[in-house]
Structure formats: C-alpha cells, structure tokens
Design a protein around this ligand. Structure first.
Ligand code: ADP
Ligand code: MG
Length: 405
C-alpha cells in the first residue's frame, strides 16, 4: 500500500495509467492540475490521442484557506462511495468513478470535458429543457433507494455509519446555518448591502426558523444526500447532465438536496437583471428558471411518489397517507433550505459567480438584496407555501415588490 503523499502532475499521471486500460500501452501521457474548486487537487490526464481521465485528490486541509484549516482526507472515500452508490440508482446522471485509492485519497473518474458547468452555462444564458427532468430523476432515485422506504433497519444504520462525515458536515453546519446570521469573521459582505446583512444578525424570528432547519440537518437521516448540489456540482450539455463532487455526502434530510438545487436556480433568477443586458433577455431567463423549478419539483414528486407506491419494502411505510405527508414535508424543508442557500451565498464565506460577476456594484447590491429578501421570505413562510405554484407565485411577487436600495 502506498503511503499518502500530495500528487505532483507526474504522480497523478502514473496513478491514472496504473488504474485504467483506457490509455493503451504506448500512449504518451501528460497531466495538468486545473481544479478551480475550494478543497482538492484536480488533474486532467491526457494521452496522445486526446483520451482523458480526471484524478481528484483530497488534501489534508482546505485548499482555499491552506494548512491552517485541516480537513480529513476521508472525504475522498465518502465522495467515491456516494458517487458509486448514486451511480447504482441513477447511472445516467452520476459521474463514473473508475478507481478509488483510500491511502492516497485519490479518485480516478471519467472526464466530463464534453459538458459545461451548469453555473457557467446559466450565466451565459444557455437553456436546456432536460435540466429539470433529469435532475429530478437523479434526486428521486438516489434519495428513495437509500432511504427507510427500501433499507431494513439494520442496513440503514450501517449505511448511516458508513457515511458519517463529521468534518464536511461541520462546514455546512457553520457556513450555511450559523455564520450568515451573526457578525462572523468568515463572512464576506459587500459594503453597499451591509445594513441588510446586519439586519440578519438581529432577526430572531428568522433565526428561530433557521435553527429548526439546522436541527433537522443535524438529526434527520432520511437518505444518502449528495450534500452540496449547487450549480457548480452539475455538468450539462445539449443531451445530458451529470452530477460530480459528492464529498459532502451524508445521511440527512431529503429536502436539503432538493432545496440547495432550487436555491441555486433562484440565485441565478435574482442575479438575472445584473447578468443580462436587455429586459427581454432577463425576463426570458427568469421565465426559463421558474419553468425548470416547476418541472423539477413536479417530476421529483411524481417519481418519488411512484417509487413509494411500488417499491417500499417496510409494510408500515406503505401507508399512502403517510407517504403523501412525507413528500409534503420534503417540499416544506426544501423551500427552507433554498432560502438558506440564497442567504449564505450572498453574505457568507462562499460566494457564487452569478452575483460576483455583476461588475456594477450598485446593480449587484440590488440583486443581493433580492437574494436576502427572497431567502428570508422562503424560510419564514415555507409552511404556508403548500404547492409548487404557490412557491413560484411567491418568488415572483417578492422580487417584484422590492424597491431598489
Ligand atoms: P472541489 O471539491 O475541490 O470543489 P470539484 O469536484 O468541484 O472540486 O472540481 C473542481 C473543478 O474540477 C470543477 O469545477 C471542474 O472544472 C473540474 N472537474 C472536476 N471533476 C471533473 C470531471 N469529472 N470532469 C471534468 N472536470 C472536472
Ligand atoms: Mg467539493
């Protein structure tokens, strides 16, 4: 067994060569590190015919901060095992893991170079009708088949233990649920929205609801989540989309994965006036996003409900009234987590390009205030929003009603 060492390009190349037949015997390989992520090294290894694979290695610390933020390399095991399990239930939309080495915390996987990152595509105004149905499929299948509807009690408990992920869960617990609601040094707040950000620190009604959502995140192990399903973790092209980067995976509330994804579509929605030049482009993009959110929920709920009715193993959980209530609660949770994502991406540590790329500071501030206001409304009113049309109506009305600062 090789001891852990941080890969050079040369070592990443050898690792790829050793664990794949793809390159052939006499191929000339080259490798470059090109990761733009926050935590890990990502290498692309290419042969002289242009065939390529990706090597992702976890560092013993967070890449974006350095050695002062140590982080368990066990996250690479979690990532590889979540991706492999999710691929069992939804191979079409999960990146393929070819090999995982535990000692080196390194994953060899397929190269998605024929795809674009969804966030980048959305910012460019690219629209894909298959986005929502495909991701709804991914969510319904991966979440249902790892849940109590299918697993026996003992199998479920073993799975919860296998996917216990304390270091990365702590990042979410802090950055998603705690920091944005206090004056934390990790926050990044643009000066023009300081009064709105500061209001969050004293908003005890909001903080009570965020505490409920955090408590569920801590103690509702419903299914094996991806754990970080933002639009930078999704690759898309004209035919297909695939999910990557499952290192935050753990057993948590199903509404978290659904809500983070919806939250990211809504971030693009509020950013649209700063991203697109003409009012026509803006409203076209916003219409597209609302339609996608509608389809995403509808298709997810239909598929999940169908699976509940036909594939539930536990006789008690076959009760149809229980199954409907379960799904309704997932919807309510998802709206709350979508609201948290809007807020934390605006004032927390990890900002997103949809808002950051808006070069006019005043215009960006308007969009950021929309994100904060919408996030707050979704968290506070999630229990009253009992259908997807009620949610989308609320989104439109809330954003339209906010005056510029
Ligand atoms: P991190 O967990 O460190 O944020 P990611 O898994 O998000 O790392 O990967 C960082 C970047 O590396 C991605 O944004 C993408 O550009 C590239 N990347 C990662 N996996 C793949 C892949 N399978 N195919 C192509 N590019 C990839
Ligand atoms: Mg990551």
């Amino acid at each position: 067994m090789t001891a852990y060492q941080i890969f050079t390009s040369e070592q990443a190349m050898r690792f790829a060569d050793e664990h794949s037949e793809l390159f052939g015997e006499h191929s000339k390989l080259s490798a470059t590190e090109f990761g733009d992520g926050n935590l890990n090294l990502v290498f692309r290894v290419v042969n002289d015919k242009g065939t390529s694979l990706i090597v992702k290695q976890a560092l013993p610390y967070a890449r974006c901060v350095g050695e002062s933020w140590p982080l368990s390399t066990d996250r690479a095991r979690i990532e590889a095992e979540v991706l492999k399990l999710h691929a069992r239930f939804c191979p079409e939309h999960t990146v393929e893991v070819l090999h995982f080495d535990r000692a080196l915390s390194a994953i060899l996987m397929e190269d998605l170079k024929q795809y674009d990152i969804l966030r980048t595509a959305l910012i460019k105004g690219k629209q894909f009708a298959h986005l929502a149905p495909q991701l709804a499929n991914y969510l319904a299948n991966t979440l249902f088949y790892t849940s109590d509807f299918v697993l026996t009690g003992p199998a479920k408990k073993a799975a919860v233990a296998q996917f216990t992920n304390p270091d990365l869960c702590l990042i979410t617990e802090d950055l998603f649920f705690t920091d944005p609601y206090c004056n934390h040094e990790r926050n990044t707040i643009h000066s023009l929205i300081l009064p709105s950000a500061r209001a969050l620190w004293y908003d005890t009604d909001l903080q009570a609801e965020v505490a409920m959502l955090k408590a569920d995140f801590l103690s509702k192990p419903q299914a094996l989540l991806h754990g970080d399903l933002h639009s930078g973790s999704i690759f898309i092209n004209n035919e297909n989309c695939k999910v990557i980067d499952a290192e935050f995976g753990f057993y948590g509330p199903i509404g978290f994965d659904v809500g983070v994804l919806i939250g990211n579509l809504l971030i693009n929605y509020v950013a649209s006036p700063g991203v697109f030049k003409t009012p026509e482009e803006q409203s076209q993009q916003q219409h597209y996003l609302l339609t996608q959110i509608h389809t995403l929920w509808q298709h997810f709920a239909d598929t999940f409900s169908q699976l509940q009715q036909t594939a539930t193993q536990d006789p008690t959980l076959q009760n149809s009234r229980y199954q409907q209530r379960f799904l309704q609660q997932v919807f309510t949770d998802a709206i709350g987590y979508a609201g948290c994502e809007l807020i934390r991406r605006t004032v927390g540590l990890a900002h997103v390009a949809d808002l950051e790329r808006i070069s006019d500071a005043k215009q960006r501030a308007v969009c950021e205030i929309h994100a904060l206001t919408l996030g707050r409304v979704l968290i506070l009113e999630r229990a009253q929003l009992d259908s997807i049309t009620a949610l989308l109506d609320k989104v439109q009305r809330t954003v339209a009603a906010i005056a510029a600062p």
